[in-house]
Design a protein around this ligand. Structure first.
Ligand SMILES: Nc1ncnc2c1ncn2[C@@H]1O[C@H](COP(=O)(O)OP(=O)(O)OP(=O)(O)O)[C@@H](O)[C@H]1O
Length: 265
């Protein structure tokens, strides 16, 4: 990649739960427009890392900088306002809302409407609502599920609910989206659809940081990968470099068939 522009810098991030060091002095940087994966065995500390970057959990030590601004100790909504949004490991779709209403909930961090102005139904409020609805529809179009906009969210197939989560993350116009195991539970066709959406959004300038167990997806779409094991970063590089890193192979990918390469499906 030419003209690298640093967007996220994770510096010596550490999280201790009681006696357990869940994330141990992890550092890495992400450039604008990259698809960057974090992989590692169950319990390696991936979700904890995500939770610290997005302000869901305070770090024990270390710092996170986004476009040069320190995110450490900021609240999740402040981090979202700064341009970092995320999806969660388990679906977080509101069942009792339509698809478009679900997407609109993602816009509240960028809206100017407050309880007072909303109660007065000022023209600016009505305008903002209309604009948000239009933007929500556009986000649904971008992920390919606009035709379901006015259906109840829980009626969508699982794969489309994941796409809905991406649309909801995208409506606040983030510069970085974190995806926590986006491929979990998807069938092959749904995974392909989601990969297409991620690649298209990246082509439009989005940066992605994602945690994923599906190695085929990780190896096929990631520009760079960080590998964590027991909270410690044990490798970093392109898919090819990770594939050939003996420490990573031994700790995570399995070294049964080193001769022929790693079986990571
Ligand atoms: N709230 C918590 N309190 C205590 N320990 C925790 C807490 N959250 C996570 N841990 C511990 O921290 C370690 C890392 O957990 P984490 O969920 O971050 O791993 P992970 O890599 O995301 O795992 P998975 O792939 O299974 O989702 C584990 O040992 C876990 O038991």
């Amino acid at each position: 990649m030419t003209n690298k522009e640093l967007i996220l810098s994770v510096e010596n991030l550490t999280k201790v739960f009681g006696g357990v060091v869940a994330v141990d002095n992890v550092s890495f940087t992400i450039n604008k427009g990259e698809i960057f994966a974090v992989i590692g065995p169950n319990g390696a500390g991936k979700t904890t890392l995500f939770n610290m970057i997005t302000g869901v959990l305070p770090s024990s030590s270390g710092n996170v900088y986004f476009q040069g601004n320190r995110l450490t100790r900021k609240k999740p909504y402040q981090i979202a306002q700064a341009g970092v949004t995320r999806t969660f490991q388990n679906l977080e779709v509101f069942d009792n809302m339509t698809v478009i209403e679900n997407v609109m909930t993602g816009a509240h961090i960028t809206m100017k409407t407050n309880i007072l102005t909303a109660g007065l139904r000022l023209p600016t409020v009505v305008n903002e609502e209309v604009q948000t609805m239009e933007r929500a529809l556009q986000c649904l179009e971008d992920v390919g599920i606009a035709e379901f906009a006015y259906e109840m969210a829980d009626k969508l197939p699982y794969g489309n609910q994941r796409l809905l989560e991406i649309a909801r993350a995208a409506i606040s116009k983030p510069r970085l989206i974190l995806l926590d195991e986006p491929m979990a539970g998807l069938n092959a066709e749904e995974s392909r659809q989601l990969v297409d959406v991620i690649l298209k959004m990246r082509a439009d300038g989005m940066t992605f940081l994602f945690v994923e167990h599906d190695m085929e997806t990780v190896m096929s779409i990631s520009d760079r990968i960080v590998v964590v094991d027991n909270g410690v970063k044990i490798g970093e590089g392109t898919p090819e470099e990770i594939y050939q890193n003996p420490q990573v192979v031994a700790a995570y990918l399995g070294d049964d068939d080193e001769e022929e390469g790693v079986a990571y499906a």
